[in-house]
Design a protein around this ligand. Sequence first.
Ligand code: FAD
Length: 412
Amino acid sequence: MTVYDYGIIGGGPAGYSAAIYAAKLGKSVVLFEKDKIGGTCLNRGCIPTKTFLHWADLYTEFKSGVKKDIYRAPELGFSFDKIAEEKENVCNNLRKALELVLKTMKVNIIPYEASITDNGEIIANGEIFNCNEIIVATGAKPKEIKGLEFDGEFILSSDDILNLKKLPDKIVILGSGAIGIEWARIFAAFDVDVTIVEAAPNLLPLADVEVSKRIERIFKKSGIKYYTNCSITSADKSEKTVTLLNGEVLHTDILFVAAGRVSCDIGNYGQNVKVIGDCAGEIQLAHYATCQAKNLILGIPYNKELIPSVVYGSPEIAWVGKREQDGEFKKVLLPITALGKAQCDNCTEGFIKLLVENNLIRGAHIISKEASALIQQIVIAMQNNIPVEKLKEVCFAHPTYSEGIFEGLMRL
Ligand SMILES: Cc1cc2nc3c(=O)[nH]c(=O)nc-3n(C[C@H](O)[C@H](O)[C@H](O)COP(=O)(O)OP(=O)(O)OC[C@H]3O[C@@H](n4cnc5c(N)ncnc54)[C@H](O)[C@@H]3O)c2cc1C
């Protein structure tokens, strides 16, 4: 009987990255995936939402061009069906490419649900697999709230929302983490009436408080309604209403519950079993899952304090490290409107905020077009303890958003 070096359960970013790294080292790998290779990220998460967001943002830009009388499009409209089709194509192409990489690297893909026996073997579709090391990378699933259980019609999860056949007129979103915010932006761009309900005192509760406040201001301007310090006590599918903690009743076509994700734990972990990715329940992000896989297989360390967070849409929101509410820091805040590139792009909303201590950047909080790319420059500086004085020596190209980092540094 074949004994594999690695048996990996779950083919999402944690599992497939571990498989690729192990195969690159010449190890024999068997990878179990009960659904689609690519996991949540590629099939139900990062990739499909960002495809919707891309077309939503473009539509918003066109609308703004028409408003300025730059574009003439008397019948500007969109096909939601076509966007959904595009999303499918993007996911399918990426999945095929990933499957090809895994096959080329001789990873044995078993397309069944797997579990670990009491003897420490893996069992899938009635077959036993012996593996020296087992990696559990089974991911997470949308969290259900008591009394607001998903029904696939009125109360939807982030999985259900991807299968919408047509846009609702009104939507209530429970939760304002990255998933809630990104979908609020998608729906609002397509002229859906959006209301967010958030239990915390501010939207995006994990962000720096100044970021949260700015996002609230941006949402107010763009017509996205929200309640903070609030929750939903009940939902009535036949009446199409939700009742808020404050007693208010809102009419809505859909209640989208985006209130976190819970680990898909399969239990039974022996000594040779390692758990990585979302199912480990730490930081539930695709790039963190990949870092964990890299660390486990290749021994390359990562700094948990320096995992960047990005919320997509227009403008992007990104941060890393300490937030203002975490301590006393020297702070510099550069308004994006000061940048030539932002003016050219008609994207002047936002800021770059740096928190500094002992001449080192301790945290960065950005609301700007390209914030996802900007934050990476700061992560590299932070990870390598590059002092502010040294960073000032770097030449930043013009006109760019990166110049904003330079301008910020020069104000310190
Ligand atoms: C709407 C949404 C948007 C997101 N956007 C982002 C983003 O922009 N950036 C970001 O970093 N993260 C994002 N995430 C989070 C990201 O998708 C996850 O952090 C990432 O997918 C975790 O990877 P994973 O491999 O741990 O788990 P998953 O990707 O969930 O993969 C786990 C896999 O295991 C399989 N599996 C489970 N049990 C078994 C079993 N017993 N046998 C066989 N197979 C099994 C599942 O079918 C699944 O394919 C988003 C998530 C959602 C829901």
